[in-house]
Design a protein around this ligand. Structure first.
Ligand SMILES: [Zn+2]
Length: 163
C-alpha cells in the first residue's frame, strides 16, 4: 500500500485558484477579477467575476476606462464587481460566517456588500490599489465591522495583515 500524495494543494490554494479561474471569464479587456465564497466547512457556495449585469450586452456596453469614446461613457457605471456578483449569485440563503477569496482587494462598495452579507473573512491576492481612498475606506469598514482580511500566500500559509 502506498502513502497518500504529499504535494496536494492546500484549501487556500484551491479556493484562490477557483477565484482566479472565475476572473478568466471576465470580458473586461483591462481588469479581470474573480471571487469565490466558501462555507466554514470548506464548501464552495458561490463564484463571481467582474462584468455587466444580465441583459447588458458585452458587445454594446462600453469597456473604456476613460471618456475617450464618442458616446462619452466608461465601463464604471455599468460593471458589477466579482465580489458583489458572487454574493448576488448565491441562491442558498445566508452567507453569515463565510469566507470570501478574491484575486484583488475589495473596493469600498464591495466592502459594504461583504459586511452586510455577513462574510467574516476576506482572503485577497493582489492589493495593488493599497492607499487609495476606496481601499482605505474598505479597510476602515472591515476593521469597524470585525471582518478579517488576510493576504494570500502561495505557500498556502496566510499572513495576517495588521492595520
Ligand atoms: Zn468592488
Amino acid at each position: 500500500m502506498s502513502a497518500k500524495r504529499s504535494d496536494y494543494i492546500s484549501w487556500d490554494e484551491y479556493f484562490m485558484g477557483v477565484a482566479h479561474l472565475s476572473g478568466m471569464r471576465s470580458k473586461d479587456p483591462n481588469t479581470q477579477v474573480g471571487a469565490c465564497i466558501v462555507s466554514p466547512d470548506n464548501k464552495i457556495l458561490s463564484m463571481g467575476y467582474n462584468g455587466f449585469p444580465k441583459g447588458c450586452s458585452d458587445d454594446e456596453f462600453p469597456w473604456e476606462r476613460e471618456n475617450d469614446n464618442d458616446r462619452n461613457l466608461t465601463k464604471y457605471p455599468f460593471v458589477t464587481h466579482s465580489e458583489l456578483n458572487a454574493i448576488l449569485n448565491y441562491r442558498g440563503g445566508s452567507l453569515e460566517g463565510t469566507k470570501l477569496y478574491v484575486s484583488l482587494f475589495p473596493c469600498n462598495e464591495c466592502a459594504k456588500a461583504i459586511i452586510q452579507a455577513g462574510i467574516r473573512t476576506v482572503v485577497y491576492d493582489s492589493d495593488k490599489y493599497a492607499g487609495t481612498p476606496s481601499n482605505r475606506a474598505a479597510k476602515r469598514m472591515f476593521d469597524a465591522a470585525g471582518v478579517n482580511y488576510v493576504q494570500y500566500r502561495k505557500t498556502g500559509r496566510m499572513i495576517r495583515i495588521e492595520v
